[in-house]
Design a protein around this ligand. Sequence first.
Ligand code: HEC
Ligand code: HEC
Length: 86
Amino acid sequence: MKKRDILLILGGLLIIGVLWMAPEESTSRVPKDENHERFYTIVKAEGKKAAEKFCGECHYDDGGVPFPAEHPPKNRCLFCHKIIVN
Ligand code: HEC
Ligand code: HEC
């Protein structure tokens, strides 16, 4: 095997590893309660993007359910907050 091939394989493994680890699994999941139950149905039927449009109805900083102060950019809620449908 050429040195270049080995580097390619290592590079590939690195990319897989990064994809595997991100986003962090420690981020809280979308709860399965009366507030969030309908999103399990929407995600199942229409996908994550369709469901995310409604998060802002309750989750906003001034008067809604506030975000933690150090919350990261939040345009794709379900990319980080897992919703487990099956
Ligand atoms: C009808 C209002 C409402 C909507 C819509 C809503 N939420 Fe919530 N959410 C709440 C409330 C109230 C809480 C805090 C109490 C709780 O845990 O249920 C909360 C808590 C959370 C939490 C924290 C759970 C924890 O472990 O503490 C996450 C994550 C979350 N919501 C994600 C989402 C996402 C993603 C969406 C959109 C798909 C969404 N929510 C839509 C009302 C809502
Ligand atoms: C880039 C990743 C990312 C995105 C996108 C994101 N969040 Fe978060 N969110 C986090 C992290 C990290 C925390 C802090 C750790 C935790 O409690 O989960 C957090 C915390 C929260 C909490 C408090 C959780 C708790 O346990 O008290 C709520 C509620 C929440 N996010 C809702 C949302 C909503 C709604 C959206 C979309 C508008 C969103 N987040 C988008 C990463 C993200």
